[in-house]
Design a protein around this ligand. Structure first.
Ligand code: MLT
Ligand code: MN
Ligand code: ZN
Length: 304
């Protein structure tokens, strides 16, 4: 199974259009230690030909353009055969509109996310007006109930419910339901290896830690370094945890937990442009690396 990181950044990307933080500014000024990053998405494949996409980022067209394996080889076709939505956040869903010419899309999501994308942010409904007629909905259930995707016949998928937050536009903001946010485990039944993908993680519940400890590849929420990072920078009145993102460095944060895990390769994803680890010359980046934790980047490729 191949895993390709299409977008390693959180909402806004790097540089973010209206941001002049140290990282966005540094990138624009040509600082070599800061990479350009698009918004939150990965894609996986068994055969390298047919791909399962996680999230449709607002940057999807650029991401496809930058990924030759996703280019059509027939006169009209998409290599993206299924789309999994892990939540209904803007940075994980908006790009579906950019894929409208390829309807119908096979989508996999929880019934809570399906409700959001038919009501508060009705992408699924809107796409019904295009040729091919919208999406084909496959419901994702919980509690390790596996689901299968035809183009990846040797893999088993299951959703792990977790606590993060519903989108800012949602009526469930700050009171998310089970199913508004999930992580997904992909088990390659041939190699026995596991990917655990969770770009939004607000609370370290016991079942999440157990799932993490069994993973071979962990792609986990690296949004903020400290909980008050957005406030300190003067960009927001919200803590990381208000947005459903556990900080990395604070006591009881993600680094402390990752230090206790021995099995997985630990890779951060969904990293906000304000996060100091995105400058490879920063002490924070060096500290992270000293813990054996990696920072994903657009174009990163992993095989399991
Ligand atoms: C998040 O990850 O919390 C969201 O992407 C926030 C947003 O949509 O701005
Ligand atoms: Mn996000
Ligand atoms: Zn910035």
């Amino acid at each position: 199974m191949r895993i390709e990181i299409l977008g390693s950044s959180a909402g806004g990307g790097l540089p973010q259009f209206n941001c002049n933080c140290d990282n966005c500014k540094g990138y624009r000024e040509g600082k070599k230690s800061i990479k350009r990053r698009t918004q939150s998405s990965i894609t996986i494949s068994e055969d390298g030909v047919n791909w399962v996409l996680f999230n449709t980022s607002p940057d999807i067209l650029e991401q496809i353009h930058n990924s030759p394996f996703l280019h059509p080889t027939q006169r009209r076709e998409t290599k993206i055969k299924a789309i999994i939505f892990i939540d209904a956040q803007i940075d994980h869903t908006t790009g579906l509109l950019m894929l409208r010419e390829g309807c119908p899309h096979e989508v996999y999501c929880t019934k809570e996310v399906h409700e959001e994308l038919n009501t508060s942010f009705p992408l699924f409904k809107m796409l019904e007006h295009w040729d091919g007629g919208g999406v084909i909905y496959n419901e994702i259930a919980f509690n390790k109930q596996p689901f299968f995707i035809p183009v990846m016949p040797n893999c088993e998928f299951y959703a792990v419910p977790l606590i993060s937050n519903a989108p800012p536009y949602s009526k469930y903001r700050d009171r998310p339901r089970v199913g508004d946010n999930i992580g997904v485990v992909v088990l390659n039944k041939i190699t026995g290896k596991r990917l655990f993908y969770l770009p939004g993680l607000g609370v370290l519940e016991k079942h999440i830690i157990e799932e993490m400890s069994q993973a071979d590849i962990l792609l986990v929420d690296g949004t903020v370094w400290t909980n008050d990072e957005m406030i300190k920078n003067g960009f927001s009145s919200k803590l990381g945890t208000d947005m459903g993102h556990l900080p990395l460095r604070d006591k009881g944060g993600l680094i402390d937990l990752l230090d206790t895990l021995t099995k997985p390769r630990k890779i951060l994803i969904h990293i906000n442009n304000t996060n100091p680890i995105l400058d490879e010359e920063s002490p924070e980046y060096k500290e992270l690396i000293s813990h054996g934790i990696e920072v994903s980047y657009d174009g990163m490729s992993i095989e399991i």
